[in-house]
Design a protein around this ligand. Structure first.
Ligand SMILES: NC(=O)c1ccc[n+]([C@@H]2O[C@H](COP(=O)([O-])OP(=O)(O)OC[C@H]3O[C@@H](n4cnc5c(N)ncnc54)[C@H](OP(=O)(O)O)[C@@H]3O)[C@@H](O)[C@H]2O)c1
Length: 421
């Protein structure tokens, strides 16, 4: 029997015809061209839709390779994996469509990254395919979009600065969303609604979702009680009122997994939470109360079948819909971090993005994560390449992705002078 031929592609973008997939393909074309340093292809289940996408990308994309594969057709996924070193996937909800591809990648030794924020699904994938990924050498990296790259790499960046300045990591870190402009897509809504539906039907899952260490490997979860902003409160470190931040439910789990995988590099008693800054004085207090009540009402409505159906039908975007190109261009985000060491030294940092967080910036983050897997991490930078298994963005990419994102994706990672901003 002849040896299998080497993959001809570096990256295949599966789900290229999704709302976020189209943004991502446009970005990959701008950054890498159709046949440049990164050899990539667009993949999806419909040949006609893929051709339509390629046409919409202009003359430069005329010879961009296309791969037809269906998430429900195992043979097509195996073929897709054999053609490339890295698959990135935007086919969601991942809990509904994602497992066969993760299985195929883990078993075939193909590196993989995606945009999921579905904690319950990530946990299932780790439990089911970690051993196969270790055997085959496949590096699997979930959460390579707005959830959870800015949080995970933001804490990684802050800790690097803290170690440099104080010789110790910050054992308490807060992330606060100072500003965020953007919208939601139908795919994100479908993923959120599926999670709410699963949780409403399963008390064990509700318990799992409430556990801040649910993505830490067995036996590696610290005993420390984690802080959580559940309602409005005053944050003395920022001199402002804060309200709950919906993405903290996934971001905090990824940050704790990073700490666990890196042998508690942030400290065995590391504490982390996320919230939204709502302003100072009475105005800030009222805004925080409004935001907390609005979020609680939305979660409640999503959990009740008929109300959820009404939201899906009349209020929220449908699959394939999302913020307009203008809204993406005019969008942005500004995240503030404050870290405190065990002996009281404090450092403040920020992470910003120049497009709307969920789509314009997320497309660029996922594209660079895939490029980092294919071009940087794959070679191990001259050192041994990281072994197969389920990683987090910070543990596998670290500074290499920060560099890519600041050089090519409009993100900034900065230390800010000590002030109350
Ligand atoms: N982490 C983040 O920050 C972030 C940000 C944005 C989005 N997301 C996630 O990304 C995912 C995509 O979001 P979106 O709004 O772009 O979704 P969308 O527009 O609804 O697209 C879903 C895609 O899945 C494809 N698909 C469905 N079933 C398939 C199958 N059996 N085989 C192959 N492809 C199949 C669809 O193919 P067709 O085109 O052929 O219909 C479509 O392209 C969602 O899970 C969302 O939650 C995460």
């Amino acid at each position: 029997m002849s040896a299998p031929s080497a993959p001809s592609l570096d990256v295949v973008a599966f789900g290229a015809t999704s709302f976020v997939g189209k943004i991502l393909c446009r970005y990959l074309l701008e950054e890498f061209g159709a046949h440049g340093e990164l050899k990539w292809a667009a993949a999806g289940r419909s040949k006609a839709k893929l051709e339509e996408l390629r046409d919409s990308l202009g003359a430069e994309a005329k010879t961009l390779p296309l791969v037809v594969a269906d998430a429900a057709d195992d043979a097509s996924l195996r073929k897709l994996c054999a053609s490339t070193r890295v698959v990135l996937s935007t086919v969601g909800p991942y809990a509904l469509h994602g497992e066969p591809l993760v299985k195929a990648c883990a078993e075939s030794g193909t590196d993989y990254c995606d945009l999921t924020g579905e904690v319950q699904w990530i946990r299932r994938m780790v439990q089911r395919y970690e051993a196969a990924a270790r055997r085959s050498g496949a590096r699997i990296v979930h959460c390579c979009g707005f959830d959870s790259i800015p949080s995970d790499l933001g804490v990684h960046f802050l800790q690097r600065q803290a170690l440099r300045r104080f010789g110790a990591p910050c054992t308490r870190v807060k992330m606060r969303v100072k500003a965020m402009r953007g919208g939601m897509s139908g795919g994100t809504v479908a993923s959120m609604m599926n999670l709410v539906k699963e949780a409403a039907a399963d008390p064990a899952l509700r318990k799992e979702l409430a556990d801040p260490y649910s993505l830490c490997p067995a036996g590696a979860a610290p005993k420390v009680r984690q802080p959580e902003v559940r309602s409005m409160e005053f944050d003395a470190d920022f001199g402002a009122w804060v309200a709950p931040f919906v993405m903290s439910a996934i971001n905090t789990r990824i940050v704790h997994r990073t700490n666990a995988l890196s042998h508690q590099a942030y400290g065995a008693d590391f504490r982390y939470d996320e919230a939204m800054l709502m302003g100072r004085g009475l105005k800030g207090q009222l805004a925080a109360a409004g935001m907390a009540a609005g979020l609680a009402g939305f979660m409640l409505a999503s959990a009740v079948g008929p109300l959820r159906a009404g939201l899906e039908r009349f209020v929220l975007p449908k699959p394939g819909e999302g913020p307009s190109p203008d809204a993406q261009r005019e969008g942005s985000f500004d995240l503030r971090f404050v870290g405190t060491t065990a002996d009281g030294h404090q450092i403040r940092t920020k992470v910003t993005g120049d497009r709307d967080p969920g789509y314009g910036s997320t497309g660029k983050m996922l594209g660079q994560a895939a490029a980092c897997l294919a071009l940087d991490v794959g070679t191990g930078d001259g050192k041994a390449a990281p072994p197969g298994g389920f990683w987090t963005p910070a543990t596998i990419f670290g500074d290499r992705l920060i560099e890519r994102l600041t050089d090519h994706s409009g993100l900034t990672f900065e230390v800010i002078p000590d002030s109350r901003s």
